[in-house]
Design a binder for this molecule. Structure first.
Ligand SMILES: *Cc1c(COP(=O)(O)O)cnc(C)c1O
Length: 431
């Protein structure tokens, strides 16, 4: 496969853009090689600068639920652009999208639009602190909530480890307010509350984790989390930036019937344009300015074109049947690959919900970040490269989830399974 144009573009970009990319995972550091530069997308396919065509398992990290270049979304963008690009003032369309979001996620009584998932989680944390007059935040190791200072902390395992920042530039004084706990561990959660309950403003969680691979919580763990938050007057924040409109139309909260106090949305909600949303109980949201004292603002928030794209996507999700359809099609790939892996004696585990799935090179599905780190990450990198050579674009890291669309039909997914089998055989022969 020829990738010379992509390689040249990457070398040149490195002189002008920090690291050559505008978001780190795009640089292919963890899988090796040089990133692919894309110039076009249609349906379930991506087209690169060298003329290669790939079956896309990334879907722009979520938004392409209906595939790339969806006609209704493109028309909505064109139509709005012809009327006005940005006013910096309220529009009727913001009211419309707010109503649709609320109808899909009924735990949201009021919401605010922002411009990214990071802004959404950052605003949730400030609002929770402002509402409770408490300082500490609990998060879970391996959960990613954007590059917010106080959330960019994973810390060690064990009880209530005081947070050590994951990045220089985050003062320890700040990250010390973040308590990191292992995912799916009721005992350490109870211990943290026993020790700090009066000072825990919020617990933030990816209610299905998509940023340490795809890991589901045990239902009892989530139910228990909901209960301890209620008992301690701590605000429960579901970060559904990745899972909202993805694992089910109404996100994990619909799937497991557990309501948070606040929800952060992003990725999908803008239909591929930069949009984030946070919302929840009216009594909490009323604390946001101008009605309340907690400040949060955005010059381009609710941008008309972004809102038109988001609305056009969300309206097309009215039929919930698309989620089971995507799940069944994903299984065509996963079950075929699993069978091949079993035959070749390669440990392989997977999990899928709606249009989102993940797989690991391990006997058992991991339950938390520590267990993910024990899976065969090196094998993933080899697999990634083999699949890429055969025109399948996987997320360029073992710690990411895969996303498919309604355009990835059963036939294409089965074919992808056969390519996975070939890839596994090749790796096996090379070891
Ligand atoms: C991607 C992501 C974010 C951050 O969203 P950005 O739009 O990249 O700022 C936050 N939380 C979760 C769960 C995410 O997957």
């Amino acid at each position: 496969m020829k990738t010379k144009n992509s390689q040249d573009l990457f070398e040149k970009s490195k002189n002008h853009i920090a690291g050559g990319v505008n978001s780190p995972v795009r640089a292919f550091k963890s899988v090796g090689g040089s990133p692919i530069f894309f110039k076009k997308s249609r349906g379930c396919y991506l087209y690169d600068e060298d003329g290669n065509k790939y079956l896309d398992f990334v879907g722009s990290w979520g938004p392409m639920v209906l595939g790339h270049s969806n006609k209704n979304i493109i028309n909505a963008i064109k139509n709005q652009a012809s009327k006005g690009i940005s006013f910096g003032a309220p529009t009727k369309n913001e009211l419309e999208i707010a109503k649709i979001i609320k109808s899909y996620l009924p735990s949201i009584e009021k919401l605010r639009m922002v411009n990214s998932g990071t802004e959404a989680t950052m605003s949730c944390v400030r609002l929770a602190r402002g509402t409770t007059s408490r300082k500490k935040i609990i998060k879970f190791v391996g959960c990613y909530h954007g590059h917010v200072d106080s959330l960019l902390v994973k810390a060690g395992s064990g009880l209530a480890t005081l947070g050590v920042p994951d990045s220089p530039g985050i003062p320890e004084e700040l990250s010390e307010l973040t308590i990191s706990l292992p995912y799916n561990d009721i005992k350490s959660l109870d211990e943290a509350f026993a020790k700090f309950s009066d000072d825990i403003a919020a617990v933030i969680i990816e209610p299905i984790a998509g940023n340490m691979g795809f890991i589901e919580p045990e239902i009892e763990f989530l139910q228990h989390l909901r209960k301890v938050c209620t008992d301690n007057k701590t605000i429960l924040i579901f970060d559904e930036v990745m899972t909202g409109f993805r694992v089910a139309r109404g996100g994990v909260q619909e799937l497991f019937d557990i309501n948070p106090d606040l929800t952060a949305l992003g990725k999908i909600v803008g239909g591929g344009l930069p949009v984030g949303v946070y919302g929840g109980k009216a009594e909490i949201m009323n604390n946001i300015s101008p009605d309340g004292p907690v400040y949060q603002a955005g010059t381009l928030s609710g941008n008309p074109i972004a809102v038109s794209a988001g609305t056009a996507l969300l309206k097309q999700l009215s039929d919930k049947g698309i989620y089971s359809e995507m799940e069944n099609n994903a299984k065509k790939f996963l079950e075929y690959t699993k069978k091949a892996a079993d035959r070749l004696g390669i440990p392989f585990s997977y999990n899928v919900r709606g249009g989102m799935f993940g797989f690991f090179f391990s006997e058992e599905l991991p339950q938390n970040f520590d267990e993910v780190q024990k899976t065969n990450i090196d094998f993933f990198s080899k697999f990634f490269r083999k699949m890429l050579e055969k025109n399948i674009y996987l997320p360029p890291s073992a710690y990411e989830s895969c996303f498919i669309s309604t355009q990835h039909d059963a036939e294409k997914m089965l074919k992808a399974g056969k390519i996975a089998e070939l890839s596994l055989e090749e790796i096996k022969n090379e070891i």
